[in-house]
Each structure stands twice: as C-alpha cells, then as structure tokens.
Design a protein around this ligand. Structure first.
Ligand SMILES: N[C@@H](CCC(=O)N[C@@H](CS)C(=O)NCC(=O)O)C(=O)O
Length: 331
C-alpha cells in the first residue's frame, strides 16, 4: 500500500493521525469523460469520443468501486467494446500489481496481466499518463488506448459513461440513470455512499475507538433504514433497478464474507436482514451479474493485504453463502 509523490512511488499506509483516527477517502484525480460525440462531460470536463475498442479498464475483482464498472460493462453489453485487465488480488508494498499468480486449480484465480501497457505495477500506468502524478493509485482506471492516457479513475463517473455513451454503438438499452429518477438516485447515493459504501471502510480503517464506533453506528442505522425501505418497495428507488442498487450491491455482496469479520462491522450480518438478503440475492441473480463476483479475490485481498488489521494473513473458511437461493422478491 502506498502512493505516488511527484511520480515516485512511496510505500505508506493511510494517514489517520491528522484526522483523529478517522479514515478519510481522497478525491479521485482523473475526472474526464467518454461521451457519445466526444463533447465535454456534464460539468465541462474534457471529452473523449465513445468508440469500439478504444478504451481499456483496469480493475481489481476484490474492489467494490471497480466492481461497479464491471457490472455496468456486463449489463450494458460492452464486453466486446471495452477490454479489461485484472490486477493481482494482493495489494502490498508495491500497491496493485500484475505479479504472476501461483498455479492453482481454483478457477477463480483468473489471468493477471496488463494487456495494454505491459507494466508490472499499476502505479506505472499512472505515471505513463502523468509522469509527475501525486496521489493514490486506485482501481478502477479507464484508459484511452488512442491518446495513451487515463480518462478517469472515478467509478461513480465511469458507470455513468458506460450507462449512456456507447448506446449508439450497440450497447444494450438498459438505462440505470433515467432522467425522471435522477434526483432521487442522487439523494440515495448521497445517503448510501458515506454511511454504507465508505462506511465499512471508515469502520475497518479507523485507528481510534471513537472513530470506529461512530462509523459502525452510522452504518447500521443506515442498513436498518434500507431494510425498512426494501420492505415497502422492490428496489432502492422505485420499482426499477437503478444505478443506486448496483452501488449498494457491491458492498452488500462483500459484507458477510469480509466486512463483518475483517472490518468489525458485526452488529448484524446481511443474513440477519430478511429484506436486504432477498434483494441482494435478486440482484445477484440478474443475468450476468454472478460472473462479476469473485469471492476468492474478495476474501484473499482483504484478509491478506491489510497487515495492520490481520497480521497473520490467515483467510477464514466461512461463512457459507449461497446467493443463488430463491429471493422471494416481487411476489
Ligand atoms: N473514489 C474511487 C475510489 C477507488 C478506490 O479507493 N479503490 C481502492 C480499492 S477498493 C484502491 O485502489 N485503493 C488503493 C489505495 O488507496 O492506495 C472510485 O470510486 O473509483
């Protein structure tokens, strides 16, 4: 785990000293947009034209933010238009790498390789785009093969691009951010992101008791309110699946396997929430989604990468989870 300072890699853990033990996530640095015609992004950001085969996505299968982009790529039918490289599940002193994986019979150990830039470390992809880059080296990264640069490393914006920019090139018509629901989706994201998506990290990476307890109590009160909401309606916003659902999904799918134990988010499990559990299974069972979930990378990444939380690196066997059981939603 580390970061780039003026283009030089430095190995260091998150600084929580200056924030009283609280984990504060930094803003992403590359914020340009792929648009249908190459025009500027929604807030005037530099535009890149949507074209088949032009873009490449760097992801970790463990990472909930990268997972959002994989789900959108899959559901919007963009697999043949946007290529992907998967980083090694382990993130240690060199950050995300393309290191070779030990031979293993488990089919979840997928191919790890930088197919585009042939780099060893993801930080070299960042310095290829900007030799003086300072900041964290995170996934996902959307890379432009034509101009050899990073378009965006912000998942919430990459999924908005995937949702619309490739439609005229033959993407599937599914719209996860329909105009009439945008305000409600934005409001839901503003609630789910700090309390749940980032809430589990605020709990897990806290280095003081008070910062941890604050995060955990906000997390579970948010989950309680979602449980209540899902007792009244099928999805988070109306009875259509929207972006808000996929953003929550990637945290929920990791919750009982990782966040309950490793991040000490253990007041309740997702399995203890009947409505959220059924909803989680329903989303998992949407065609194509299960293929984006790699529990082996998820568990091994968290339990083996964070030495200061789990110094032995031992990965728990359980819990036994089966997201393909009936979901009983929509009856
Ligand atoms: N805001 C970013 C956050 C991405 C992020 O933090 N990814 C994590 C992996 S789950 C990462 O790469 N962390 C490396 C680091 O912080 O050094 C997004 O949503 O795209």
């Amino acid at each position: 785990m580390g970061l780039l300072v003026d283009g030089k890699w430095q190995d260091q853990w998150y600084d929580t000293k200056s924030t009283g033990g609280k984990f504060v996530r930094k803003e992403s640095a590359f914020r340009n947009w792929v648009t249908a015609d190459g025009g500027t992004g929604p807030n005037g950001e530099k535009g890149f034209k949507a074209e088949k085969g032009r873009y490449h996505l760097y992801v970790s299968l463990a990472c909930p933010w990268a997972h959002r982009t994989l789900i959108f790529r899959k559901l919007k039918g963009l697999e043949s238009m946007i290529s992907v490289s998967v980083v090694h599940y382990l993130m240690k002193e060199n950050g995300w790498t393309f290191a070779e994986q030990e031979n293993n019979d488990n089919p979840d150990w997928v191919d790890i390789k930088d197919h585009i830039n042939d780099k060893e470390f993801l930080h070299q992809v960042y310095t290829q785009a900007d030799p003086n880059y300072s900041g964290r080296v995170t996934v996902p990264v959307l890379w432009d093969k034509e101009t050899n640069t990073i378009v965006s490393n912000e998942s919430s914006e990459i999924i908005r691009m995937f949702n619309r920019a490739f439609d005229s090139l033959g993407a599937k018509p599914w719209d996860f951010y329909p105009e009439k629901l945008q305000d409600e989706i934005d409001a839901m994201n503003d609630f789910v992101y700090p309390n749940i998506n980032n809430g589990v990290y605020r709990a897990g990476f806290a280095t003081s008791q008070s910062a941890y307890e604050e995060a955990v109590s906000e997390l579970f009160s948010a989950l309680d309110s979602i449980e209540n909401r899902l007792g009244k309606q099928r999805y988070l916003v109306s009875d259509l699946i929207t972006e808000a659902d996929w953003r929550l999904f990637t945290t929920l799918i990791r919750f009982d396997a990782v966040y309950v134990g490793h991040f000490k988010c253990n007041l309740r499990r997702i399995a203890d929430y009947p409505n959220i559990s059924g909803y989680l299974r329903e989303l998992y069972q949407v065609k194509g989604v299960a293929e984006t979930v790699n529990m082996t990378h998820i568990k091994h990444h968290y339990y083996e990468s964070h030495d200061m939380i789990n110094p032995t690196g031992v990965v728990p066997k359980g819990p036994i989870l089966d997201f393909s059981e009936p979901h009983y939603r929509g009856h």
